[in-house]
Design a protein around this ligand. Structure first.
Ligand SMILES: [Zn+2]
Length: 333
């Protein structure tokens, strides 16, 4: 069987009837991790225990959960063997490796090769067909060394607190909040979390992650603490009651000039849970694929970069700027 890979609000493998991170409810979907754009009310899922648990926190309803440990094999339709590998993006995030006797396919979901303080270390196995996220698929997206970013974040918090100003770090509730908590908490600073992030962080602990102390944001007693809150909460109470404050956003897009003005913050730190450009290239070297499909962000541009390096690559879900006709049915032998 050659792999038929299609895209329509998620990746679809019609030959075996499975979707990968379908955006809309489907009968069967692999769920790589519990971020909002990767979950929907599917009838049956394959996921890690951590992802299934976080998904339950964010999405009501019942579904059949096929829970896989990393490296464990599971037989899907037509004898296809599914195996999950850590994606390094957030806690529990996984890549799906699917094998038939004709060849293998690896779907990365969101991933990061650099170590994270709040996710398992990424392991990317070899595969014939690679479907990868390419959020930061332009050469200018090279993140600074982790220690440099972390020292800047800690210095921002310490300097603010020394001036009796409350530092507020804006970051997504799931993943980035816990990574920031590890960075700031391990530096010995007290941390208060917005209710959304607090809920996710408690679940991280229930699932076995060891974290520094933290408490729920108390709008009357926040002096001396670092506050971590989702960017969407910036214009609403209790964040609007925190005064005086200095704000910072933690995002890979901070690489772009003027990011802090675009986000309306005093600072922008390039802390990302996605692969940067060198990570994307390193993944290709690890997986050694015969064909690559790119997804998200600069997918078209990254596919063109790969073709220029002699790797067959196609952006899916987007128009390719192509010199060759597109075939969606690519043999994997
Ligand atoms: Zn994600």
């Amino acid at each position: 069987m050659s792999w038929d890979v299609r895209f329509k609000a998620g990746v679809h493998l019609p030959q075996i009837g499975w979707w990968l991170d379908a955006h809309r409810a489907q009968s069967r979907s692999f769920v790589s991790h519990a971020h909002g754009d990767h979950i929907a009310a599917h009838r049956e899922i394959v996921a890690t225990r951590t992802t299934a648990s976080l998904m339950r926190l964010r999405l009501s309803g019942r579904r059949r959960e096929n829970i896989l440990n990393f490296n464990e094999s599971w037989t899907a339709e037509l004898g296809t063997q599914f195996q999950l590998f850590p994606a390094g993006h957030i806690f529990g995030s996984a890549m799906l490796h699917a094998t038939t006797d004709q060849g293998s396919l690896l779907y990365t979901g969101d991933f990061k090769l650099r170590p994270s303080h709040a996710a398992e270390a990424c392991v990317a196995p070899r595969a014939d067909v690679l479907i990868m996220e390419t959020t930061f698929g332009l050469p200018r997206y090279v993140l600074p060394p982790a220690a440099e970013i972390e020292n800047r974040i800690i210095a921002f918090c310490r300097e603010s607190l020394a001036s009796n100003i409350t530092p507020v770090l804006y970051a997504y509730s799931l993943g980035k909040t816990q990574e920031l908590l590890q960075i700031v908490g391990r530096a010995g600073l007290g941390v208060m979390l917005h209710a959304h992030g607090h809920r996710m962080t408690k679940r991280y602990e229930e699932l076995g992650m060891i974290l520094p102390p933290y408490s729920l944001l108390n709008e009357k007693n926040y002096a001396g603490y670092v506050i971590i809150a989702p960017p969407t909460s910036a214009q609403t109470p209790p964040l609007t009651w925190i005064h005086p404050k200095r704000t910072a956003i933690a995002t890979g897009w901070a690489i772009d000039q003027g990011a802090k003005y675009r986000y309306g913050c005093d600072e922008a730190f390039p802390l990302s849970d996605h692969a940067d450009f060198p990570d994307l290239i390193a993944l290709i070297e690890r997986v050694q694929p015969k064909v690559v499909y790119t997804l998200h962000g600069f997918a078209k541009e990254f596919a063109a970069t790969l073709r220029a390096r002699g790797v067959e690559a196609w952006a899916i879900g987007q128009q390719n700027q192509m010199e060759l006709p597109i075939s969606t049915n690519v043999g994997s032998t």
